[in-house]
Design a binder for this molecule. Structure first.
Ligand code: ATP
Ligand code: MG
Length: 569
């Protein structure tokens, strides 16, 4: 992209602070005008909505300024990593709408170069093998206000260090018995400079390199160099890496001749209310069976949100809304839900479903008559058109839409009152039928035959409009109603409580025997279809559906639907 094109783009839309940095670097001709970012997940879990924020930034900024974004798996710890995660990460990034073309890389691709660099630093007296335990090393670290102490192994000769490091990698020593450390400064005000660990011994085979290596680089010794090897120009990450940046630069400087060097820029993490973002905790929920898997629709994972019926567009819109800053914050789940509703309102097919059915017999309607009435499939989408729905003598309405002794402002059905059946006739409740225990089992109603659309009485006003389905034509379904996974606003802040105690015991409610209009049942055979069950909420078919048992996930409840119906009349 030419500089003045970028200038024009900038005029059109405000840039966030990261884009501004990138924009200025491009304008100044840094890196020969090249822009290359990367998204660097560790394949030790499934991606969550926090990662989506990083993905939107890394891929988004590259797209915006005509650069490229690499996908780099940061696979430096074979103990926790797996190809299952690699595959899921690829799928989730694509689903969000981004692509890395042929630029898929692995930190493990650079193990040979990293090893060579380590050997060079040892020879130059800049790295040493420490035989202490991790506890001993931690105890010598000092604090931000107190300098640390030198390791007794700090002054080993390069020859001895080299010999030990080679033997570490040959598998001669046990895990945890030795590490390779950079020899920098044990009294540096930046704790990360106090002889950081470069390599540790791990004997678990790696999912890509097998048993080739017995030593594995730490994040700080792998990340910046990997960026450098790939020609990354802007290494965008989250704020917790601010104190790592000098060390990032330190190791890159060991490789760079100064003509090019990746630049680390940090932004604030995404944190959401009523959930957790830690992969460790999410893994624990999965392993302990506290959720149904990584893609449980209550999980903050991308695959969970996909299964629940969130759209990529709604996630991207939400991330746009919260923006990128230099300050940590807790983002509201309601804001995400708002974005989901907003997008689904645009695209979801409107259908009728009765969650808690109550039988209604329309006594003055002929026994075997069936009329097809026209329903608007999506008033927000002029191309969506209409579909037909059968009307007959026996229908279901929502149990909540009837009250025997209603309060004043109750505009739904009650003895002697009238309501409109959406898209069909006005009915009046004449009689309430109860069982021996006094439970209402059925309503007897009469209809006004003059009130169907196109008839003279069609515009007759009644206060309430109800959704309904014809009982003979209804298809049974199961719906899964989800609520927030945690009952505490910020579980991560409750350090003294086990996070599992804070799980919301009512986060999943399964309702069977839901009555669905036949058109919806037919459409639901297509995975990923988005529905609005009128007056109830947004739903999507789940992959647990079978040919004879449909299962739906409630994506999100519909708010204010009642008022809206009232206004429409
Ligand atoms: P861990 O490193 O503890 O396994 P992580 O969540 O940092 O977990 P990574 O796979 O290292 O996982 O993350 C990949 C990228 O996603 C990193 O650049 C990281 O900064 C970014 N990222 C992770 N969590 C969030 C979040 N909540 N908000 C924004 N970006 C995030
Ligand atoms: Mg990380």
């Amino acid at each position: 992209m030419e500089a003045n094109d970028i200038e024009k783009t900038e005029e059109k839309r405000g840039l966030n602070f990261v884009e501004e940095i990138v924009f200025n670097d491009l304008r100044e001709g840094k890196n020969g005008g090249r822009l290359n970012t990367r998204f660097p997940p560790e394949p030790n879990g499934y991606l969550h909505i926090g990662h989506a924020k990083a993905i939107c930034m890394d891929f988004g900024v590259a797209e915006r300024f005509g650069g490229t974004c690499n996908l780099r798996f940061d696979d430096t710890n074979p103990v926790k990593e797996d190809v299952e995660y690699v595959d899921s990460i690829r799928e989730d990034i694509h689903w969000l709408g981004f692509d890395w073309a042929d630029r898929e890389y692995y930190a493990s691709d650079y193990f040979p170069q990293l090893f060579d660099l380590a050997v060079r630093l040892i020879k130059e007296g800049k790295a040493y093998v420490d035989d202490q335990t991790s506890e001993q090393i931690a105890a010598q670290k000092g604090s931000p206000t107190e300098p640390g102490q030198n390791s007794p192994f700090r002054d080993r000769t390069p020859e001895e260090n080299l010999d030990l490091f080679m033997r570490m990698n040959a598998g001669e020593f046990d895990e945890g018995s030795r590490v390779l450390r950079a020899k920098i400064d044990m009294s540096s005000p930046n704790m990360h400079f106090r002889d950081p660990i470069m390599y540790r011994i791990i004997k678990t085979p790696h999912h890509r390199t097998g048993t080739t290596w017995k030593v594995y680089p730490m994040y700080d010794f792998a990340h910046g160099q990997s960026d450098f090897f790939e020609g990354v120009t802007h290494s965008i990450c989250t704020l917790e890496f601010v104190p790592h940046r000098p060390l990032y630069d330190y190791f890159v400087d060991e490789l760079s001749d100064g003509s090019y060097r990746p630049r680390q820029i940090e932004f604030n993490r995404l944190n959401l209310t009523y959930t957790v973002m830690s992969k460790r905790k999410l893994l624990q929920l999965v392993k302990e069976g506290l959720v149904a898997g990584w893609d449980d629709p209550r999980m903050p994972t991308i695959c969970g949100m996909r299964r629940r019926g969130y759209t990529p567009q709604s996630i991207r819109n939400f991330i746009n809304t919260i923006g990128y800053t230099k300050f940590e914050a807790l983002n509201s789940m309601s804001l995400l839900e708002h974005a989901v509703r907003d997008d689904l309102n645009r695209i979801a097919t409107r259908v009728m479903a009765v969650i808690n059915p109550l039988r209604v017999v329309i006594t003055n309607y002929p026994e075997d008559k069936v009329e097809m009435v026209e329903m608007e499939s999506n008033p927000e989408d002029p191309t969506a058109g209409m579909h037909q729905m059968p009307f007959s003598r026996e229908i279901f309405i929502e149990r909540d839409d009837f009250m025997e002794n209603p309060p004043k402002k109750f505009f739904r059905l009650a003895p002697g009152s009238e309501v409109r059946l959406k898209g069909a006739y006005i009915i009046k409740c004449d009689e309430v039928i109860k069982d021996a225990e006094g439970n209402i089992t059925e309503l007897r109603c009469s209809y006004d035959p003059d009130t169907l659309s196109g008839m003279p009485g069609a515009s007759r006003k009644v206060k309430g409009t109800l959704h309904w389905v014809s009982s003979a034509h209804a298809v049974d379904a199961e719906v899964r109603l989800y609520d927030r996974l945690f009952s505490v606003e910020n579980p991560a802040a409750e350090a003294d409580r086990d996070f599992r105690e804070m799980l919301n015991p009512d986060s999943l409610k399964v309702v069977k025997g839901v009555k669905l209009e036949p058109f919806a049942a037919e459409l639901a055979k297509t995975q990923g279809t988005k529905f609005q069950f009128q007056r109830i909420g947004y739903f999507t078919p789940d992959y647990d559906s079978t040919a004879d048992a449909l299962v739906f996930n409630r994506t999100i409840a519909l708010r204010d639907s009642w008022e809206k119906e009232q206004k429409k009349g």
